[in-house]
Design a protein around this ligand. Structure first.
Ligand code: ZN
Ligand code: ZN
Length: 358
């Protein structure tokens, strides 16, 4: 018996004349098999699907990877792979070139002789781009948790706290509500630091009359959310309020028009053109969005260079921003799923300009 992900993978393998694929990426292994252990490999042939792991997981692995033949591998996993391939008369093995280090490749090549190793790219990742109904349910829960975390933090953050204190409270909140951890290093960027698109929370003390950007997400049951909101504590410089409204207009415009069939470049331009029209094009130095799933940055990309075609089932972020060095910055980010006719937004935190008392 095989699950639908393995069946789809086999179609992709056949198109590339791949008879056997050795999956070393832990995320791809989990995606295909459901096995969450820290160590293991998936070997898929056109007839069989194996999960190879060690003795520590011989109880857990068969429970999680129900559609796989679970094999306790030899000290060297390559000895087991060699045996399984020999019994199926397979002498070529594809491996994930984006995941295997040169050192591992050299060892595999030596140990697997005379089996020939063939590098492949993106076979599993390409399946992961389109989320199925089961994945979308988990992603909605991860998005909901990001929303409730933001709501919680609005009642927590005060001037006089350090960014780190706020970051820790967010981390505790997410984990207390079911997250494994945050899906990436939480950005809490206040005052001038909000002009840094990747201002990971620091020891800076949050003052008054300034902006704070929160960019964070929860890793929940293997899937990420990614949410950004910018708020004010006290009355910030009027210029910042002005750029807030421009970023919001650009973000809402993109959300309104992103639909299947569009390229990543066209989706990016929806937001970028509005920011450029107001004269801030040079201050929006990153792309409008990225795919989201088991990893926080996946395909497709919504960028000036992206030829990716948006398709129903893709989950992407929409996150334009404007950054004025020395003054501050604004970014607003939601997660959306592309639908048959347009898109549906997964994150729902308010985007009205929020001013907390100093
Ligand atoms: Zn983000
Ligand atoms: Zn993002």
């Amino acid at each position: 018996m095989s699950n639908h992900r393995v069946l789809k993978l086999r179609e992709a393998m056949q198109q590339k004349n791949v008879e056997a694929l050795f999956v070393t990426s832990a995320i791809n292994r989990r995606y295909l098999s459901g096995f969450t252990g820290s160590s293991g490999y998936v070997l898929v042939t056109l007839n069989d699907a194996y999960l190879l792991t060690d003795f520590r997981y011989m109880t857990q692995a068969p429970q999680q990877a129900k559609d796989f033949k679970v094999v306790e591998h030899a000290q060297r996993v390559t000895d087991t792979v060699k045996e399984l391939l020999a019994s199926a008369n397979i002498n070529k093995l594809a491996f994930e070139q984006d995941d295997v280090s040169f050192a591992s490749y050299s060892a595999y090549a030596e140990q697997l002789k005379p089996i020939q190793l063939v590098p492949v790219s993106g076979l599993v990742e390409q399946l992961r781009i389109i989320k199925d109904a089961e994945e979308l349910k988990v992603m909605q829960r991860a998005a909901d948790l990001a929303d409730s975390t933001f709501n919680h933090i609005l009642g927590f953050v005060k001037s006089g706290m350090t960014e780190r204190e706020v970051d820790l409270e967010m981390e505790f909140y997410m984990r207390r509500h079911g997250a494994t951890c945050s899906s990436f290093d939480t950005i809490v960027a206040s005052g001038e630091r909000s002009a840094m698109p990747h201002g990971v929370a620091s020891e800076r003390v949050i003052a008054g009359n300034e902006l704070i950007t929160f960019d964070f997400g929860a890793l929940l049951d293997g899937y990420c959310s990614d949410l950004t909101r910018t708020i004010a504590i006290g009355e910030p410089d009027p210029k910042l309020k002005e750029i807030y409204n421009i970023v919001l207009e650009a973000q809402l415009h993109a959300l309104e028009h992103i639909k299947p069939g569009m390229t990543g470049r066209e989706a990016d331009a929806l937001a970028r053109d509005i920011i450029a029209k107001y004269g801030y094009g040079d201050m929006f130095g990153h792309s409008t969005g990225h795919g989201l799933g088991m990893e926080v940055h996946e395909n497709p990309r919504l960028s000036k260079l992206s030829d990716d075609i948006l398709q129903p089932g893709m989950v992407v972020t929409v996150e334009p921003g404007i950054y004025i060095p020395g003054l501050g910055g604004v970014r607003i980010e939601d997660d959306i799923v592309i639908t048959e006719t347009g898109n549906a937004v997964l994150t729902h935190s308010s985007k009205e300009f929020t001013v907390l008392p100093v």
